[in-house]
Design a protein around this ligand. Structure first.
Ligand code: HEM
Length: 371
């Protein structure tokens, strides 16, 4: 995030910047780094927007004939870019790139003694079996369709299938994560008192001379409460197959003042202290539950906590008159109807010293300044 703001300062002076797009780029880079060992997000955040936009034609049974929103055309473009990316990767080495990234992640999990779930050889084989049953992508090049990768266990996996899984991670993880962070920032802009309390708590643990690190998060219960409250009110996957997570999170029989953003409910003195998002409590299920529970949960919690903590720690965020409009849009992740758009204004030397005015497209404006 801070790096992105640096980029804005250098290249987009006095130009508008969509905060959601910046957060999407950040998330894409994390997923890309994890799976491919490199950065790969474009600069426009277009991929996720296309993938997560519901196609009107799907609902009226004319999807083969009409492409009213030009989604098909745009999706083909996305696939072409994915193909380019994977071709670049496989050009280096077939067993390298994507699959090496996967293997590294799987290996790390199997070695991690503190992991919630021990990853055994059987788990590993199951993972490969599931991957192998995925139908090949029609747009894969002949090379990818016919190339297989010999995994450490002795299994051969078609390269195209391994790459498909990478795409799944983008679809499942990118927009969900950035939307959640955007929502949290918007809530904090609307609730300056909560923002200040969070900053004070971070200062007391981290001080003012360094950035927040992942290891600090466990000592920041109020920040954790803010993230839980964001996931309660704004679950990025609002409706699952068998339950409406969005409605459960606002159920008045379970939550006092359910429509209000009150992170303190999750703090030691609050009524909901101890309630967690890891499927132990069935009235807070932003990541689903059971076998289908989001596998990216631990990663995403680290990413969201660390990013939010650093933004809160480094900047004051405020709105110019009125409140940030929290109206939900129509996308798969219920992202904001009006994205947060910021305009960097007068600048000082360091990126953290750059006052930034954030405004929504209509009609609100937000100011972010160096503390
Ligand atoms: C705030 C961010 C996120 C939220 C709220 C979220 C939530 C969810 C939910 C509710 C599901 C469906 C569970 C079900 O079907 O019952 C899911 C599935 C999934 N998520 Fe996440 N997710 C997030 C981020 C991520 C990230 C960062 C990744 C990976 C990098 C990821 C990977 C996946 C995958 C692969 C699935 C499909 C699992 C399956 O079909 O069995 N998610 N997620």
């Amino acid at each position: 995030m801070l790096e992105q703001l640096q980029w804005v300062r250098q290249t987009r002076w006095e130009q508008e910047m969509n905060v959601g797009v910046v957060l999407t780029r950040l998330t894409n880079n994390v997923i890309c780094g994890m799976t491919m060992g490199r950065r790969c997000s474009g600069t426009d955040g277009k991929t996720v927007a296309i993938i997560s936009t519901p196609n009107v034609a799907d609902y009226v049974g004319i999807r083969e004939k009409l492409d009213l929103q030009h989604l098909k055309t745009r999706y083909v473009d996305v696939r072409r870019r994915f193909d380019t990316l994977r071709t670049k990767e496989s050009g280096k080495t077939v067993a390298g790139g994507v699959v090496r990234g996967f293997l590294r992640v799987l290996h790390d999990i199997s070695e991690d003694q503190g992991a919630e779930m021990m990853f055994t050889g059987d788990n590993f084989r199951s993972f490969i079996d599931v991957t192998s049953t995925t139908p090949p992508s029609p747009s894969s090049s002949a090379f990818h369709r016919h190339s297989t990768v010999l995994l450490a266990t002795g299994f051969h996996v078609p390269l195209s299938l391994a790459v498909l899984s990478t795409e799944d991670l983008f679809m499942a993880g990118s927009d969900t994560t950035s939307t959640t962070m955007e929502r949290a920032l918007a809530e904090l802009i609307n609730k300056p008192g909560i923002q200040q309390d969070a900053r004070r708590a971070i200062d007391s643990v981290v001080g003012e001379s360094r950035l927040v690190e992942e290891s600090d998060i466990q000592n920041l219960p109020f920040l954790q409460a803010i993230v839980k409250e964001t996931l309660r009110l704004h679950p990025a996957v609002p409706i699952l197959r068998d339950r409406n997570v969005w409605a459960i999170g606002r159920d008045p029989t379970q939550w006092r003042n359910p429509l209000e953003f009150r992170p303190e409910r999750f703090t030691p003195k609050g009524r909901s202290f101890g309630i967690d998002v890891r499927d132990q409590h069935y009235h807070l299920l932003p990541f689903g539950s059971g076998r289908r529970r989001c596998p990216g949960l631990s990663l995403v919690l680290q990413l969201i906590h660390t990013t939010l903590a650093n933004v809160i720690h480094c900047f004051n965020l405020s709105v110019e008159g009125g409140l940030v409009d929290m109206t939900e849009g129509h996308g798969a992740t219920f992202s904001k109807a009006h994205p947060l758009v910021c305009t960097p204004k007068a600048g000082l030397n360091s990126v953290l010293s750059t006052p930034i005015i954030i405004k929504q497209l209509i009609p609100f404006s937000v100011i972010i300044t160096k503390r």
